[in-house]
Design a protein around this ligand. Structure first.
Ligand SMILES: Nc1nc2c(c(=O)[nH]1)N[C@H]1C(S)=C(S)[C@@H](COP(=O)(O)O)O[C@H]1N2
Ligand SMILES: [Mo]
Length: 346
């Protein structure tokens, strides 16, 4: 299959040597031995030591990874065994409909899947990726890998499987509006959240959104020059063709925000989370993106992406760290490289 057909909509392919760490970076510390348990609607609730799990025959799973923040990687090689083995050993009862996977992490991170989906997709329990044991930041010693869903369904630091008759929304699905089905081919990234329109209107009118949580805000084609949005949570917000000249988004979360054709001249985006943000057609002259996180961000159309938006505009005063360029897809990086070399461009 060509890379284009193999890439779900609005994802960009990362080079094979790049793999961002997303979300939590370490399991909860503690010296008690690692165990995985299964509880709930099962005939035999049980606990496995890590050594028990490692001792079973392992196999390889080669799969593509698609992160909700718009980067993908092809052919990642995991080593481990199918989750179905654990379910079989525990004996799923007829009323079991959902699996809630819980992590051994400080915030008790979790995610869930219908039992049938987990089996159909061949959910996998992995110890190794690309020939090496999973490092702690990647979910080592043991993580879940769910092919065919955004990677947030692939829980790091698997600790407990609760088998349930009703769904229990996961950490991000429950509090951050991530879509519970997470099918990348249907772009099930976020649910639409209803915001309090009057409140939003007031904040937008005062041009002050600083520190506010406005996931999914839609503010297309507005005049918001000079907006103060420092530290605001604007994940998945839409600012299509909006005037944001001189706006201050320092420290804001704009991951997956749609900034297509936005006027961002002289805007401050320092230290912002811009993962998956779409800047195609935006005017970024004089904008400061230093220290911003750019995994999956786009400035220029990827091959086959022909919805009419062209490249972002930048000038010598546009600032993007060299270090952050490494987080971009080849196409995005080449675009930024091509416009380098002017004095002061860095
Ligand atoms: N326990 C736990 N699992 C998690 C996360 C997390 O924050 N905590 N993040 C999820 C998301 S959004 C992604 S993209 C992948 C990232 O895995 P990686 O850091 O190995 O790339 O882990 C998923 N599993
Ligand atoms: Mo993700």
């Amino acid at each position: 299959m060509s890379d284009n057909r193999r890439l779900p909509p609005n994802q960009a392919l990362l080079p094979s040597d790049r793999w961002p760490i997303v979300g939590e970076r370490a399991p909860r510390s503690g010296s008690d031995p690692w165990r995985v348990e299964i509880i709930g609607c099962v005939r035999h609730p049980r606990t496995w030591d890590l050594a028990d799990l490692r001792a079973r025959p392992c196999r390889e799973l080669v799969t593509d990874i698609h992160c909700v923040t718009r980067w993908s990687k092809f052919d990642v090689r995991f080593f481990g065994f199918p989750l179905a083995e654990l379910l079989d050993e525990a004996g799923i009862l007829p009323e079991a409909r959902y699996l809630s996977f819980e992590a051994r992490s400080d915030r008790d991170h979790s995610t869930s899947l219908p039992v049938g989906t987990a089996l159909e997709l061949n959910a996998f329990v992995a110890f190794e990726a690309d020939g090496k044991p999973l490092s702690p930041d990647r979910g080592g010693p043991i993580r879940l890998v769910v092919p065919g869903r955004y990677f947030y369904k692939s829980l790091k630091w698997l600790h407990r499987i609760a088998v349930l008759d009703e769904d229990r929304l996961g950490y991000w699905e429950g509090r951050s509006g991530y879509h519970n089905n997470a099918d990348p081919w249907r772009e099930e990234r976020y649910i639409i959240v209803s915001t309090d329109h009057n409140k939003v209107r007031r904040m937008v009118a005062s041009r002050n959104l600083s520190g506010q949580d406005l996931l999914g805000l839609v503010a297309d084609r507005m005049d918001l020059g000079g907006l103060d949005a420092r530290d605001a949570v604007l994940r998945n917000a839409s600012f299509i063709a909006t005037d944001l000249s001189g706006a201050d988004f320092a420290g804001a979360n704009l991951s997956n925000a749609r900034l297509l054709g936005a006027r961002l001249t002289g805007a401050r985006l320092r230290g912002a989370d811009l993962e998956g943000a779409d800047f195609r057609g935006a005017d970024l002259r004089g904008a400061d993106l230093t220290g911003a996180s750019l995994f999956g961000a786009s400035f220029v159309p990827e091959p086959g992406q022909d919805d009419g938006w062209g490249a972002a505009r930048m000038d010598d005063a546009t600032r993007i760290d060299d270090g952050q360029r490494a987080a971009l897809s080849d196409v995005q990086r080449a675009f930024l490289e091509a416009r380098r070399g002017g004095p002061g461009d860095q």
